[in-house]
Design a protein around this ligand. Structure first.
Ligand code: NAP
Length: 307
């Protein structure tokens, strides 16, 4: 059966990824857009979620492509109206918000899906499989990009709850928590905050690995050279380097796989499968690392940031 879906927040990611992915999947029919500013061709438009809920009771699923700060209020309202809900990453601006949404979905008997798009990159299952039979000695994440290029004018990323450099960094953590055969936890974080902003522009993280591996992550938003979304791993039986955020995988220096970007197509396929099974998927492990980084982090004030 085709599920009727409303997309909330018609911004960068809605246009770049959500709308094409929904149109490309026959399990979904995009019926409405909720937007304060924009319209989507060929679908109903509502300025508020309340108007959508009043006028289109036939819509079963609400997908939220808004920033994390307003997400709880929108998600709670949709769940209380009995809708299935799909959350862009990060699923909220705090862990407690996410737990509350998970409980509400359970109470309402509907599906909630905390999406982690980077986990659905083509090479992530291959790296996970490769690591499952090896002992990790060293793992290094380098997520370095130019914030002006990828987030032009987005003020919300610099506001409390916007997470700063963890907005992309949490994608790396979502891959880490997916591919590792066990849990790790953070022991140290160094966070650089522009003196005029509420969220960090750079972060260095150190993890405790139960097997003693040397594990770290380096996130930097001031990077103007080649953009880097890499995970390098050395094991007892060879090394791997996953780059382009999970689209490319080299094993022992030799190209093993070069994928394409199917992340959002995979997310909507997963949401359809969850609805059919009557299940939810609310893995919060990437959020736990981010919250621990804010809790443990040594804060360093750095140069002011202006777009
Ligand atoms: P964006 O373009 O800055 O904002 C998305 C839309 O959210 C806005 O166009 C606006 O839609 C709505 N919005 C903004 N502030 C709001 C508020 N206070 N209350 C209600 N609605 C608000 O952001 P984005 O880049 O698409 O990111 C949205 C989410 O997707 C974030 O959580 C981000 O981490 C995630 N994401 C982004 C990317 C990316 O490449 N940009 C990639 C993956 C995931 P209307 O004007 O239509 O109301």
């Amino acid at each position: 059966m085709t599920e009727k879906l409303a997309l909330v927040g018609i911004g960068k990611i809605a246009r770049d990824q959500h709308i094409p992915a929904i149109h490309g999947n026959p399990d979904w029919s995009l019926e409405a857009a909720v937007s304060r500013h924009a319209a989507v061709d060929g679908v109903d438009h509502f300025a508020t979620l309340d108007e959508l809920l009043q006028n289109r009771p036939d819509i079963t699923t609400v997908s939220l492509a808004i920033p994390p700060q307003p997400r709880f209020e929108y998600a709670a309202k949709a769940l209380k109206a009995g809708k299935h809900v799909m959350l862009e990453k990060p699923p909220g601006q705090s862990l407690a918000e996410c737990y509350a949404l998970e409980a509400l979905a359970k109470e309402q008997g509907v599906t909630i899906f905390a999406t982690w798009h980077s986990r659905y990159a083509d090479c992530v299952p291959d790296l996970k499989d490769w690591l499952s039979s090896r002992t990790i000695k060293r793992l290094k994440i380098s997520w370095k990009e130019d914030v002006r290029r990828w987030h032009p004018g987005q003020e919300w990323i610099w506001e409390p709850g916007g997470m700063g450099v963890f907005d992309p960094g949490i994608n790396a953590l979502s891959i880490l928590t997916e591919v590792l055969p066990y849990r790790v936890h953070l022991s140290q974080a160094i966070l650089e905050f522009p003196e005029n902003r509420a969220t960090p522009i750079a972060a260095k993280l150190t993890f405790v690995d139960p097997g003693g591996a040397d594990m770290s992550a380096d996130f930097d938003w001031r990077h103007e050279g080649p953009q880097t979304w890499d995970i390098e791993v050395e094991t007892d039986r060879g090394s791997a380097r996953m780059s382009l955020g999970g689209e490319r995988l080299e094993i022992d220096g030799v190209l093993a796989k070069e994928g394409a970007n199917h992340e959002y197509a995979n997310l909507y396929a997963r949401m359809a499968a969850l609805l059919k099974a009557g299940e939810s998927d609310m893995d919060l492990s990437p959020m736990i690392h981010v919250c621990d980084a804010f809790s443990l982090g040594r804060r360093i004030a750095t140069d002011p940031f202006h777009f």
